[in-house]
Write a protein that binds this ligand. Sequence first.
Ligand code: ZN
Length: 283
Amino acid sequence: MRLANYQGRASIVVDGCVVDVERASGGRLTSDPMLLSDLDNHDALRAIASTAKAADWPGLVEARLGAPVPRPPKGFGVALNYKQHALESGRELPTEPHLFGKMENCVCGPFDEIIVPAGRTEVDYEAELVIVFGRVCKEATRKNAWSFLAGVTAGQDVSDRGEQFRLPVKQFTIAKTYDTFGPIGPYLVTTDELANPDALELEGRLSGEVMQHSNTSDLIFDVPALVVWLSRYITFQPGDLVWTGTPGGVGEARNPQRFLHGGDVLETEIEGIGTMRNPVVER
Ligand code: ZN
C-alpha cells in the first residue's frame, strides 16, 4: 500500500486517486495520519484499498501531501552509514552504529519549505531512506526485524554543519533537528510493495544537479542491523522513525563546498517510494 497524509487526513493512494480512510471506513478509523503507521490498522486499510473504486475518489495532487508520519513519538538518525560517505568525511569505517536524535519538530512534508535560519551558511543536505516502526519493538532479532516496521519512506537529514562540528562539543542532535530539518515522504510504502526493500536506488538532487546517488544495499549497517541495535535497550512504538544514513556527495565534502541557500530546490528520490521536492528559504 501507498499510505499518505493528504491535506492532513489519513489516505490510501489507489490507482492515482486518494481514498480518504475515515470516510471509506464509515468513521471506524479516524482521519489522523498517525494511524497509518500502526500495523494494527493495516488489515483494515488493506480491506479499504482492495474494495475502493478509484473513480469514486479525487485524483492525487502531490503538492497536497504532508509528512506521512507527522508526529513521530521519537526519531533517530544514523551517522556514517555508507562507506563512501564515511570515507569522504575522512573518518574510519564505524564498527557499530553512531546515533543522534531527530525530534518531532523537525518533521515536515515532502513539498514543504526547508527553512535555513538567517545567518547560517553551512546548512547541508542528506538524502536518506527512513524506516517507520509499526508495532511495539524491543530486542528485535535480525530475523524478525522487518516485521516490526510499518514500511519505509524517503527523507532528508538536513544538517547545520557549523553547529554540528562546533567545538568543544560536537552537537549532532541540535544541528540536525532544527524546525523543518526532517522532511519525509511522499508516501509511507509498505514493504510488500517493494521487490527488495534492502536494495533501493536513492538519489539526491540540488536545484537539478545530481549530488548523491547510491543504493541502500550499500548501507554499512542495514535495516535489520539498525533495528536490532536500537531496540536492545529502547522500546519502539508505532510511528517511531529512523533516518538510516546518507551516501556520499554531501555539500560539505564537495570541492568547492555546496550548501543550501534560499531559492534552491532539494529533490530526494527513492526507488518504489517516490520523489520529495522541498524548496529552500532563508528566514
Ligand atoms: Zn544523516
